[in-house]
Design a protein. Structure first.
Ligand code: CTP
Ligand code: CA
Length: 229
């Protein structure tokens, strides 16, 4: 089904979508972050709402306007995102993790702004891992029939293709669908178009050659709907 077509085929479903990039604060004014724009997650939320779903969008630090008819829950850190997603999972018929959660956060948070010292000493930053939200909800399966979708941006490496890395990631996460973006050569980030392969647990790989983030969102919801049936 083409994106934007006004068929209310997701009516009666509640979908939970995450978007944006999380921030992990070192002190009140500094953080570790990433440059995720949130565009794909917002497109997923907008398209689902247009197709009749009840939509909750947990949005990390995105500057995009709230999509019409969508409940937007703002978060800052991966921990916040974890709390909001796991807290709402039992009510969701689908969970789509389009956000880019930081994998690491500073082990300590300084209550006051960290200051330079006259002797030129540099503070050390110890990092610890953040919780894996997609893995947690995939293993918990808080609601029967729930469909869980992850995203992966991969470049491939010397030993593995983008698709091989994606298959291993789907297995590791335990989700139902994984949308793999090939980001070799700096594609996708911040752009309005996307090129992807969507894989499922049976090993099926559906290519999405190139199109708008709205079009990709439409294809993803079509696949989620297929899993519900
Ligand atoms: N994800 C998550 N919680 C995290 C990190 C990632 O839920 N703490 C989700 C992302 O939203 C995405 C999927 O997991 O849907 C894959 O993210 P990715 O960064 O590719 O996976 P990682 O397991 O963090 O592996 P990598 O070392 O490749 O970053
Ligand atoms: Ca990661």
């Amino acid at each position: 089904r083409a994106a934007g077509q006004s068929v209310a085929d997701l009516t009666g479903k509640h979908v939970l979508v995450s978007a944006g990039g999380t921030r992990e604060h070192l002190d009140p004014v500094r953080y570790l972050g990433n440059s995720s724009s949130g565009k794909q997650g917002y497109a997923l939320a907008r398209i689902a709402a247009a197709r009749g779903a009840k939509v909750t969008l947990v949005a990390a630090n995105s500057e995009l306007p709230d999509p019409a008819g969508v409940q937007v829950v703002p978060v800052v850190s991966t921990r916040d995102l974890y709390d909001e997603i796991t807290g709402r999972a039992a009510d969701a018929d689908a969970i789509v993790m389009a956000a880019a959660p930081a994998d690491f956060r500073p082990a300590d948070f300084a209550e006051h702004k960290i200051k330079k010292t006259a002797d030129g000493a540099v503070p050390a930053v110890n990092l610890i891992q953040t919780p894996d939200i997609l893995k947690t909800v995939s293993h918990d399966r808080a609601r029967p029939g729930q469909v869980i979708v992850g995203f992966a941006a991969e470049t491939g490496d010397a030993e593995h293709t983008v698709l091989e890395l994606g298959r291993a990631k789907l297995e590791r996460k335990g989700c139902d669908l994984l949308v793999i973006n090939d980001v070799s050569g700096g594609k996708v980030f911040g752009s309005d178009v996307n090129e992807a392969v969507i894989i499922d647990r049976n090993g099926t790989a559906l290519p999405f050659p190139s199109g708008s983030k709205d079009a990709l969102a439409g294809v993803i919801w079509n696949l989620v709907a297929t899993h519900w049936h």
